[in-house]
Design a protein around this ligand. Structure first.
Ligand SMILES: NC(=O)c1ccc[n+]([C@@H]2O[C@H](COP(=O)([O-])OP(=O)(O)OC[C@H]3O[C@@H](n4cnc5c(N)ncnc54)[C@H](OP(=O)(O)O)[C@@H]3O)[C@@H](O)[C@H]2O)c1
Length: 332
């Protein structure tokens, strides 16, 4: 039947969550004004948690997760979209409390979508995905707080070989910033240099206990994907009036620090939430990615997989073993 399609369904049995490929029909889709044929989705850290039943993000099973996708509109009751339009979805708790991207079809609210920029394919959009979108939001926030490529000092990116980190390094480098990439993986030094990092910082160096509430002024800005002691340490080493965009918690959701860097150096800690970004800012961020990313780097950043490969890759991303971005081809 024409309306049959494939999904990776999460089911809970005796408190354990397992994923399996299932065939569904349009009658299974949630309510919404736009039906999209999903072409590509991705694996983000949060997807890894949900695929393994962790993080208390999914409260109701059976469930289709996948926090982002790009696809083609099949039907639309919303004036903003017509059949054939290409669209991107990130955020709005899609994949968490709502049907997500790990199905060949989705039905949802038009207001959660943005048009795919003309210069971008669905595959390119999901090579960026939530991670790349968030990296751009972090850069925009830093720039709005005074960061410019003129600085002779480096912008620090932590968790640099992960999804947000890889795209952040590449975007910053293309924009003309000097970028220090902090990683725990010695094997990824060449990769990060190829993305444009001007120096590599060993994760262990940033994990060391600080000798006081302030360290030597070092970073023109920072994008932090890990939280915990690394975030505390980098705050103490920001240049005067510089900012850090707090994006992630790959190491810890804790932040133990003092207020001294804020009071004596005027530094800023900028929270980044990619989930509920207003429409015009979402469009602006995607346009900047379309124009500002060096697409020649895509092959080194992306691993392509199919729906059935997701559970194994969830283990890898939770273990910090995924390099760059994992893109899911829905027809693979
Ligand atoms: N705020 C938002 O809206 C938003 C949006 C997207 C993602 N996030 C969050 O941002 C973080 C990064 O997401 P992602 O998709 O890039 O995940 P990812 O691909 O798994 O990357 C995370 C990276 O963090 C580093 N890392 C892992 N475990 C670590 C540890 N114990 N200590 C220090 N560093 C560690 C690793 O980089 P190295 O191997 O290079 O050290 C890893 O590749 C996650 O916490 C995610 O939930 C937030």
């Amino acid at each position: 039947m024409a309306d049959r399609f494939t999904a990776l369904m999460l089911r809970e049995t005796d408190g354990k969550v397992a994923a399996q490929i299932e065939t569904l029909s349009e009658a299974d889709l949630p309510e919404g004004d736009v039906t999209v044929r999903v072409i590509h989705s991705t694996l983000n850290y949060k997807d890894g948690l949900m695929l393994k039943g962790l993080g208390r993000l999914v409260r109701k099973y059976p469930h289709v997760t996948g926090i982002d996708f790009a696809g083609i509109v099949e039907t639309s009751a919303a004036p903003a979209y017509k059949p054939g339009d290409k669209v991107i979805l990130t955020g709005w708790r899609v994949g968490e409390t709502r049907w997500g991207g790990y199905a060949q079809k989705n039905r949802l609210k038009a207001e959660w979508l943005v048009p795919l920029p003309a210069a971008m394919s669905c595959a390119q959009a999901m090579a960026m995905g939530t991670a790349g979108f968030t990296a751009m939001l972090a850069i925009m926030a830093l720039e709005e707080h005074g960061l410019t490529p003129d600085s002779p000092d480096e912008v620090l990116v932590t968790g640099a070989a992960g999804g947000v980190g890889s795209v952040a390094v590449a975007l910053l480098a293309k924009l003309g910033y000097r970028v220090a990439a902090a990683t725990g993986r010695a094997a990824e030094h060449d990769y990060l240099t190829k993305l444009g990092a001007t120096s590599i910082v060993a994760r262990a160096e940033l994990e060391q206990n600080p000798s006081g509430p302030l360290a030597s002024e070092r970073w023109a800005g920072a994008i932090d994907n890990v939280g915990g002691p690394i975030l505390a340490n980098l705050l103490a080493a920001l240049k005067r009036d510089a900012s850090c965009a707090a994006v992630g918690l790959a190491a810890s959701n804790k932040l133990e620090t003092t207020v001294i860097p804020f009071l004596l150096r005027g530094v800023n800690l900028l929270g980044i939430d990619s989930g509920l970004v207003p429409y015009t800012r979402r469009v602006a961020a995607w346009d900047r990615i379309a124009q500002g990313f060096d697409w020649a780097l895509l092959d080194s950043i992306v691993t392509n997989i199919g729906l059935a490969d997701l559970p194994a890759y969830a283990d890898k991303i939770l273990a910090g073993q995924v390099r760059g971005r994992v893109v899911v081809d829905m027809d693979r």
